[in-house]
Design a protein around this ligand. Structure first.
Ligand code: WTA
Length: 711
């Protein structure tokens, strides 16, 4: 119980002088929540000896322990090959197949066990329970379809699929052939999907006709047409669009099929009943998939993940951090369209041969009790979600969890920091005081958790992700590359000093950007083949407490974290700039009680145009079309002018402060300081009129806002 928690005493950490390089951070030290004895007794990692096995002197060989969770067709000869830095090769010389590891090898013992339990958003529709045997059959048949379309190892295929069992089937069928899948979040627009098709050079798009979202059966096929068109504009032709049907045999979309290009998957499958496709034995360093993420420039980055290193890493972290045992019922409420779903719905849990639950819809449909009904009915005992989902469920139904008889042994969170108050609700009402909560810090690029504590060995401290994960050696560096000592109360850039098997291999088609974005900052010798010279720069600010726990403060670049997902300001801005009347655009974060951050857009018009609701509408539509509804701005402010430096750079920190009712700071160096007061008056009075009240910002929120887009 929360009441029994030790060390509640608040303690103010020493304040430190702030400089350009380091920001002093003082926050209330939270108490620890120790794991319950019942959990420790059954945990996969309960003996502290594991920490010694993964100590730095045992690096990189310590990661054999993860790789040995898999079946290898050929054993590797070099655990970590550093000959071409920073393009690390893990388990070089080894060969394996990811589909075989996630499906075939479980048949001997667990043929009739549920691999996937899929829950429709419609509560009247039956679950689909797919056993390992059934998964094997479906993956093979679909792999045969793909093979007969001419796809081969190394080809890329774009998927734009919702949360249905056909999505993991498609991914595993690709993996069976060594085909590189690139799944785009279904909520992204057709345009965004098209850009990713072009970037990856996919000739085949795999989609679904429709799916349920908040009670509506959406026409999803329409986005395929837009995607093909957008890809064509960038010079990439799509030859075939494979359309799974949400209800096989019945078409759920209004958008017509395109003759010669579009095919129903259920019809193709009819010709491949019972087909068996031998899994292709792939080199460990062959790419398994691409996952696009936002960066500071307009173009999204296709993070390329490897077969052997990635699969080892997600299997190992699923085993030790999510504490997955083969007989657990594990539910990660994320979407497979993000890295979380790849690693911790599909590849990690299936590699371990457990039962993984997939839910199609929104967590609060038709009401805030939905997740708890699912957990109760299926006997879910491990639950993984984001702080955003927790905030939302807490807001709409604070007492809901108590009405249902479910019991979690552990829960994980990802994507953003979880506020101590939200943590406490999650612990008490969802965890019922019995479940350990593990906060996991990581990124699309990292493949799996890298900052988090082993649940049976480290007590949790709300607001901190915990220490570095096994075999990961995190540090906080200042701008000069000097290490900032723990407990100093000073923040800096969090880095991983060494590589690990889950790290992405490159940015698809942009190897120079891979080096410049993630390694150039702290590398002193580009020729060095010693990994010690190549710290990984994660792009997050962080501070380390005396106890070694890290607290993540947010992005140090111009990326806005909405509901745990990164949106690039440049992407948002270039979309707004495509609207004819718009001369200048700036995207800033605004603190949001549910989504963590929301986007606000500031727009200046070309001469001769007047501000109007119509132009606001155009900007909103442009962003929704180019990126998707997730990026929809909370507000669009058409302002007379943007606050600028003398060199003409928009001062994002000034408008971010305005949107958040924060202090705008020093504006004496602006070219047009008088405009700040005007904008403030316009925006803040409109906000008050809409009922958006000023809200006190936490120390870290204030830091982020005041330094946003640093000039
Ligand atoms: C943020 C999601 C605080 C961070 C897996 C990171 C977090 C970005 C946490 C990656 C956490 C992720 N605490 N912040 N536990 N987890 N972040 O690529 O800023 O969508 O860089 O990967 O989310 O987002 P991405």
């Amino acid at each position: 119980m929360a009441e029994e928690v030790q060390g509640q005493a608040a303690e103010e950490s020493e304040s430190a002088e702030s400089s350009e390089a380091t920001i002093a951070v003082h926050w209330r030290e939270e108490g620890y929540y120790p794991p319950p004895p019942k959990f420790i007794g059954q945990a996969n990692a309960s003996d502290p000896a594991i920490l010694d096995r993964f100590a730095e002197e045992n690096f990189p060989e310590c990661f054999r322990e993860y790789a040995e969770l898999l079946h290898w067709d050929e054993y590797w000869h070099t655990t970590l090959d550093t000959s071409n830095p920073p393009f690390w090769k893990w388990f070089a010389g080894g060969k394996l197949n990811a589909s075989y590891n996630c499906v075939d090898r479980h048949l001997a013992k667990d043929r009739n066990k549920a691999a996937l339990i899929w829950v429709s958003e419609d509560e009247n529709e039956a679950d689909a329970v797919i056993t390992y045997q059934e998964l094997y059959r479906r993956v093979n048949e679909f792999a045969a379809v793909l093979r007969d379309l001419g796809l081969q190892a190394g080809d890329r295929v774009t998927l734009h699929m919702p949360m249905v069992p056909e999505l993991p089937v498609t991914m595993l069928a690709c993996a069976r052939l060594g085909v590189v899948h690139s799944q785009v979040f279904a909520g992204f627009s057709g345009g965004a999907c098209g850009g990713r098709i072009a970037d990856s050079g996919s000739k085949i798009l795999i989609t679904m006709d429709g799916y349920y979202r908040s009670g509506d059966l959406l026409d999803h096929k329409v986005k395929a047409d837009e995607a093909v068109e957008a890809a064509r504009k960038e010079g990439q032709e799509v030859d075939k669009v494979l359309v799974w049907r949400r209800f096989p045999g019945q078409y759920s979309a209004k958008t017509p099929m395109v003759e010669g290009r579009d095919v129903f998957v259920d019809e193709l499958l009819a010709g491949h009943r019972g087909a068996v496709v031998e899994p292709v034995s792939m080199p460990a360093e062959a790419p398994l998939f691409l996952m696009y993420t936002s960066g500071t420039t307009g173009r999204p980055k296709g993070c390329q993940h490897s077969t052997g290193g990635y699969l080892s890493y997600v299997a190992g972290t699923s085993r030790f951090y999510q504490d997955i045992h083969p007989d657990d019922t594990y539910w990660c409420m994320a979407d497979i369209g993000w890295i979380t779903g790849h690693s911790y719905i599909v590849y990690g849990p299936l590699a371990l041969g457990t039962t993984t639950v997939l839910y199609e819809g929104t967590p609060n449909y038709p009401d805030a009790g939905r997740p708890w009904r699912i957990a109760e009915r299926l006997g879910v005992n491990i639950f993984h979600t984001s702080p955003t989902a927790i905030r939302m469920l807490r807001k709409v139904g604070p007492d809901e969890p108590a009405k249902y008889d479910f019991h979690f042994k552990c829960m994980t969170t990802v994507g953003e920091p979880i506020e101590p108050e939200v943590y406490r609700w999650y612990y008490k009402y969802v965890g019922k005081g019995e479940a350990i909560i593990t906060d996991t810090w990581w990124q699309t690029e990292t493949g799996g958790f890298i900052g988090t504590g082993l649940p049976a060995l480290f007590a949790m401290k709300p607001g901190s992700c915990g220490p570095a994960a096994l075999g990961i050696y995190l540090d906080i560096l200042d701008e000069n590359g000097e290490s900032i000592p723990k407990g100093s109360g000073k923040a800096g850039n969090i880095v991983s000093r060494a590589p690990w098997p889950g790290i992405f291999q490159t940015i698809w088609g942009q190897p120079d950007r891979f080096v410049s974005t993630y390694f150039a900052k702290y590398n002193k010798d580009p020729k060095s083949t010693d990994w010690h010279d190549w710290p990984y720069f994660a792009g997050d600010g962080a501070v380390q407490a005396e106890d070694g726990y890290f607290r993540i403060l947010g992005r140090v670049d111009d990326v806005i974290n909405v509901a745990g997902h990164r949106l690039g300001t440049k992407e948002l801005e270039s979309s707004a700039l495509a609207v004819e009347e718009v001369a200048e655009a700036a995207a800033v974060p605004v603190v949001d009680d549910v989504r963590g951050r929301a986007v606000e857009m500031y727009i200046a018009l070309k001469p001769g145009y007047e501000a109007s609701a119509e132009i606001e509408g155009k900007v909103k539509t442009a962003i929704e079309t180019d990126i998707g509804k997730i990026a929809r701005p909370k507000n669009i402010w058409i302002v007379p002018d943007m606050p600028k430096t003398r060199s003409g750079k928009i001062m994002r920190r000034v408008i971010a402060a305005t949107s958040n009712f924060a202090d705008v700071g020093d504006i004496t160096t602006l070219a047009n300081p008088e405009v700040v007061e005007k904008i403030k008056e316009q925006v803040q009075s409109a906000k008050r009129a809409k009922g958006e009240q000023p809200r006190e910002l936490s120390e870290t929120e204030e830091q982020e806002i005041k330094t946003f887009g640093s000039e």
